[in-house]
Structure formats: structure tokens, C-alpha cells
Design a protein around this ligand. Structure first.
Ligand code: NAD
Length: 415
């Protein structure tokens, strides 16, 4: 098995858990593969008058517990296997926080940095036109992910409403607030991760005040995790990386000042309050919490032995390879696995769907209170399973989720 194929990794993780819960072979086979996949080549008129074709995907892994749910990524390295893996993880993520949704994911192979605003809008609309039959609040509800924004969600929603000739804001989440977006959605993945981290600190007896965090990624997820880790838990940001470089200040980086710097310059590099370090150094820093919040497969068998953090909070999807997982477990690192740690985003996306459907909107404190409840309950269900069955947190999260999804498949009579 290739260490770098995320779908093979998602299947291998399920295979391990299938043994632990004695999953029957038919349900195991059902859950190893997506139920539905669609691929399209999207024609887009470019600003220079030529037409370019973009390969795009939508994958629905499992819809036994509700309509599919999952983001759309725009990335030059996107592949069908990345989308399959992410759709599979969405099934487990929705189940672990016990929201009535299944797993889906979408992607377009493109480099958004090379596209003008007009080209992005035409690409977003072309995606929605091609996949519109799959989408709808009772079928499949997409959302933002890597390189996709509330503006892109707004164009897609508008295209869907134009096709269907009615207001249907619940077709997509992560929208701008004036178009039916939820208060608190932007920060939700980071905030949910920090709620889960707070619970990890409680069970491990760690008080995070003035302890340190190291972050890979300072996009939507990483930025909010850094801001809220400081605000809610008193953590200091010791080092941070983005795609352009890594910076470190052992006395703590001023996160708000860094956020303003990134808003102005587009990168964390050249921030006056920290010094550059290499990406190898980033993972080997002596810190309390290491937070991968960028891309998959970044904690590998090569850098895992150097990790000195007490806790790894996986906010990115699939950041740790299977070999690295075993190394971290042996070292006694407490890992909060991806589909539990980053479930805050989908939870508030679900709240957004609920508010759109009722056409009645909640204040931000109401959204955050409900998110706190969901994340706390989910963390404790997983932690209790890990203690009861003497398994690591990733396997425990899988056990909770797979058992819930398998039960829904059995009740429907699918297996
Ligand atoms: P984003 O595009 O807003 O930010 C990504 C960040 O990672 C940027 O700072 C970018 O510079 C950095 N990055 C990219 N390549 C890198 C590299 N090679 N080395 C170091 N840094 C690099 O994306 P996001 O929405 O913050 O998503 C980050 C991760 O979280 C992804 O794995 C995504 O699937 C996952 N996730 C996102 C959400 C959400 O609500 N946005 C929810 C759940 C999970």
C-alpha cells in the first residue's frame, strides 16, 4: 500500500477497526467504498478568450444516516482518491458528532491562484451546473474546503437557485452571512478543535495556560485555532507554518498581529515578531500541542520520531500516515484524531442548514453554545470508548462512528 494514497489509508483505518468491532463482511465491504461517484470536465471561458477544461469530482461515501455532506476543494494536486478519502472521513465525522448527515466530498483540479475573479466565478457556476442533480438539502449539501471561500459558495448557491427558480439557500453551507450563512461558521472548525483540546486537557490533567502550541497552516482553520487557543485556553503560539515558510518565537507570537500581517501580505513570512525556521524544525519543537492544520500526509515515519508534543490535535484531514500513527502511539503522544478534532466545521454547517430550512437565524453565542455541547459530548464518547476497549483515540473514534453508521445500514436493510 502506498503510504501517500489517502484513500488506501482511509480503507486501512477502517479495516483495522472492522476487526476490533467484529464487523460483518458485507457491511465492511459496503463501507470500504463510496456509494456514488461522479466526474465531469468543466468548460470555462478564460479571460483571454480561450476555453479551458477542468476535471471535477463529487463523491458520496455513505448516506445511511442522512443526506451527504462535505466540502469542495480546489487544488492542483486533487485526485479522485483524495476526494474518496475525504468523503469517507466525512461519513465518520458526521457520525462521531451525531448529526443526521452522511459523507460526501468534491474537488476541482485547478490552481485558483492562477485564476482571475471572473474565471473563478465561471468555474464555480460550471461546477454547480454539472453536479446540480446530485445536490439539494435532502440529497447532498456541499461546503467550503481548501481554497474555496464563502464567495464561491454564494456563486454556487446563486447558480443552483437560477436552475431551480426558487430560493434554496440550504443547498450549500459556508455562505456569506447576508445570504443565509451562519454566525460562527468561519471560526467553527478552529473553535470546535479548541473545545476538543480543552476536553483532552481535562482528562489528561493539563492546564494549558502559558503552555505552547505549534501550528502548521494559518488559513481558515489554523488562524482561528491559534486565536481561540490563546483566547479560550491561554496557549501561546510558539511557531507557525504556511505554504511559503515557517516562523518561530519561543516567547510566543502575537496571533492578532500575525493575522493582520497575513491579511496585508498574504503570508506569515516576514512577520516582524518571529524568526524563520525550517519545516523540519517545526515538527521537532518542544511544545505542549502540535496542530497540523494544512494538508494530508504531513506527519510521516520520517518526522514522527522527532515530535516532542504531548498532544497532537489533527485539524487537517488525514495529516498522519499509518506508520507515523504507530510511532506517536509508542511515544505516548495523545492524539485527537482528525474527524473528531475538526468536526466543528460540519457541525456548524449542519446548524446553517437547520437555520436555512427554518428561515430563522440564531445569535453567535447560541451557535457556539450548541457547538460546545456537540464537541464535548463527541470527545467524551470517544474517550470513554478508548478507555472501555483499551484502544487509541483514533480507533475509538472509528469504533463509535462505524458502529453508528453500520447500525443505520442494518436498520435500512442494506446489509
Ligand atoms: P485554507 O486554504 O484556508 O488554509 C490552508 C493553510 O495551509 C494555508 O495557510 C496554507 O498556506 C497552508 N499550507 C498549504 N500547503 C502547505 C504546506 N505544504 N506547508 C505548510 N503549510 C501549507 O484551508 P483550511 O480551510 O484552513 O483547511 C485546512 C485543513 O483543514 C485541510 O486539511 C481541510 O481539509 C481541513 N478542514 C477544513 C475545514 C474548514 O471548515 N475549512 C473543516 C474541516 C477540515
Amino acid at each position: 500500500m502506498s503510504e501517500m494514497n489517502p484513500f488506501a489509508m482511509a480503507q486501512a483505518q477502517l479495516d483495522e477497526v472492522a476487526k476490533l468491532i467484529d464487523l460483518d463482511s458485507s457491511t465492511h465491504e459496503l463501507l470500504r467504498w463510496p456509494q456514488r461517484e461522479m466526474a465531469c470536465r468543466l468548460p470555462v471561458k478564460m479571460d483571454d478568450g480561450t476555453t479551458r477544461f477542468f476535471q471535477a469530482f463529487r463523491v458520496q461515501h455513505n448516506r445511511s444516516r442522512g443526506p451527504a455532506k462535505g466540502g469542495i476543494r480546489w487544488h492542483p494536486d486533487e485526485t479522485i482518491d483524495t476526494v474518496r478519502a475525504l468523503a469517507t472521513w466525512m461519513t465518520w465525522k458526521c457520525a462521531v458528532v451525531d448529526i443526521p448527515l452522511g459523507g460526501g466530498k468534491g474537488g476541482i483540479i485547478c490552481n485558483p491562484k492562477e485564476l482571475s475573479e471572473g474565471e473563478k466565478e465561471r468555474l464555480a457556476r460550471a461546477y454547480m451546473r454539472a453536479f446540480a442533480d446530485l445536490f439539494g438539502v435532502t440529497k447532498d449539501v456541499p461546503a467550503p474546503d481548501v481554497n474555496t471561500t464563502p464567495q464561491i459558495m454564494a456563486w454556487m448557491m446563486d447558480e443552483y437557485e437560477t436552475i431551480n427558480r426558487q430560493h434554496l439557500p440550504s443547498v450549500i453551507t459556508g455562505k456569506p452571512i447576508p445570504l443565509g450563512g451562519s454566525q460562527g461558521r468561519g471560526a467553527a472548525t478552529g473553535r470546535g478543535g479548541i473545545f476538543a483540546l480543552r476536553e483532552a486537557g481535562r482528562v489528561l490533567g493539563i492546564d494549558f495556560k502559558d503552555k505552547t502550541m505549534v501550528m502548521q497552516g494559518f488559513g481558515n482553520v489554523g488562524k482561528w485555532a491559534a486565536l481561540l487557543g490563546e483566547e479560550l485556553l491561554g496557549l501561546k503560539l510558539m511557531a507557525v507554518a504556511d505554504e511559503y515558510g515557517c516562523i518561530c518565537n519561543k516567547d510566543g507570537i502575537d496571533v492578532k498581529a500575525l493575522d493582520s500581517h497575513v491579511a496585508k501580505t498574504g503570508s506569515i513570512t516576514k512577520f516582524a515578531g518571529a524568526s524563520p525556521i525550517s519545516s523540519e524544525q517545526l515538527f521537532s519543537l518542544d511544545c505542549t500541542v502540535l496542530i497540523p492544520a494544512a494538508l494530508e500526509n504531513v506527519i510521516t515515519k520520517d518526522n514522527a520520531p522527532q515530535i516532542k508534543a504531548d498532544i497532537v490535535l489533527e485539524l487537517a484531514n488525514g495529516p498522519t500516515t499509518i506508520e507515523a500513527d504507530k510511532i506517536l502511539e509508542k511515544k505516548g503522544v495523545f492524539l485527537v484524531p482528525d474527524f473528531l478534532a475538526n468536526a466543528g466545521g460540519v457541525t456548524v454547517s449542519y446548524f446553517e442548514q437547520v437555520q436555512n430550512t427554518y428561515n430563522f437565524y440564531w445569535e453567535e453565542h447560541e451557535v457556539n453554545r450548541r457547538l460546545n455541547e456537540k464537541m464535548t459530548t463527541a470527545f467524551n464518547a470517544v474517550y470513554d470508548m478508548s478507555k472501555k476497549r483499551n484502544v487509541n483515540m483514533r480507533n475509538a473514534a472509528y469504533m463509535v462512528s462505524v458502529m453508528r453508521v453500520a447500525e443505520a445500514c442494518h436498520l435500512r436493510g442494506w446489509v
